[in-house]
Design a protein around this ligand. Structure first.
Ligand code: 5GP
Ligand code: MN
Length: 343
């Protein structure tokens, strides 16, 4: 993969002279976000650098096996430690997001530090001025894959330890739905092949990622598919809604609803899926969208739910009730679906 030579040498220079690097992913971190920060964390450890990972909120249970996860500072629980780490830092690296708003409340603490920033990300339209050095590439499957190619371009491949390889592999696998979407480029498989050749135990990683569900999550999925999924067949759309009450009844833990939004796309004729998940009673709803083919749910989310993301996987927010969010979807989806019928 080609990178801008000036960016590569500036990045190398920043790493060489930094004595304390802080790595940050987006809030509601997924496999690609945690995989990429911990992949880099392991790589930098191997290079003898002093490096800290700060995440906005709790790391989902199925990602905590990654090496370095127990050293992560969680901003929502350890705000003071995070501020201390940021004060000491001389380089910030943002991974898997391109707008500081995506770090939630951590954004205020980030605004207070003025040190160089590097961003590595695969979402469209990075925020102006978000970082001094930008590695922004939408054609790549995941931030983990982009990181892998970047590490090769820097000739640091030999620093990818077994632990780092496991993290990067996990991010590629989760962001591509186990190599089903965003993975038609052969270079993704070359990256995977090299990571596997580092000696990772693929079956252990897949078990940790996909076969370590709690009974609560499995029951919640059953409840969602039976009682909380509605079709708008004439629009080729479907949605899932989950109230705080539903979540609490099933002993909800962060990450438990990860991937639920993909299920409606498994129904014949459904090309657009949404999930509305109440986070604060009658006040705040997190929204997720998925689509098939070229249907751009990122622009839909940007227009109607203050969000964004990728063409086929996007997210947004609704400040109001769960019913209000659903009504907004019912009101706006038919027109969007009509305009994108042939995609
Ligand atoms: P998810 O539905 O898994 O939360 O997110 C799907 C994709 O949309 C991810 O790539 C994520 O980074 C992006 N995304 C999720 N929520 C938001 C949001 O509130 N704003 C923006 N701009 N992107 C989001
Ligand atoms: Mn990603």
């Amino acid at each position: 993969m080609d990178f801008n030579n000036e960016h590569l040498s500036r990045f190398r220079e920043l790493i060489d002279k930094s004595s304390s690097i802080v790595l940050i992913p987006h809030k509601n971190s997924d496999g690609d976000a945690i995989g990429s920060i911990l992949g880099w964390w392991n790589l930098f450890q191997n290079m003898g650098k002093n490096v800290t990972v700060v995440v906005p909120d709790e790391v989902p249970e199925n990602l905590r096996w990654m090496h370095g996860a127990s050293d992560i500072l969680v901003h929502e629980h350890s705000g003071e430690k995070v501020v201390a780490a940021l004060k000491k830092a001389d380089l910030l690296m943002f991974l898997d997001f391109n707008n500081v708003k995506r770090t939630g409340d951590l954004a205020d603490d980030l605004a207070a530090v003025s040190i160089p920033r590097v961003m590595i990300d695969h979402h469209p339209d990075p925020e102006d001025g978000i970082a001094e050095v930008l590695f922004s590439e939408v054609s790549v499957s995941s931030t983990c894959e982009l990181s892998y190619h970047l590490i090769n371009a820097l000739e640091w491949n030999h620093h990818i330890s077994l632990e780092a390889a496991g993290c990067f592999y996990a991010g590629i696998i989760t962001d591509t739905g186990v190599l089903s979407y965003n993975s038609s480029n052969p270079r993704t498989y070359l990256a995977v092949a090299d990571l596997v050749s580092k000696g990772i135990d693929k079956s252990v990683i897949h078990r940790e990622l996909f076969q370590s569900n709690s009974l609560g999550r499995m029951r919640l999925l059953g409840h969602v598919l039976c009682n909380r999924m509605e079709l708008m067949e004439e629009n080729g759309a479907a949605f899932i809604s989950l109230s705080l009450d539903d979540l609490e009844k099933h002993g909800y833990q962060p990450g438990d609803t990860e991937g639920f939004v993909n299920y409606p796309l498994g129904i014949k004729g459904i090309g657009i899926s949404a999930m509305f998940s109440e986070k604060e009673k009658d006040k705040f709803v997190k929204v997720s969208f998925r689509s098939r083919n070229e249907i751009p749910v990122n622009s839909y989310s940007e227009q109607f739910f203050s969000g964004g993301g990728h063409v086929n996987a996007a997210g947004g927010e609704w400040h109001g009730t769960l019913e209000g969010a659903i009504q907004r979807f019912r009101d706006t989806m038919p027109d969007f679906a009509r305009k994108n019928r042939n995609k």
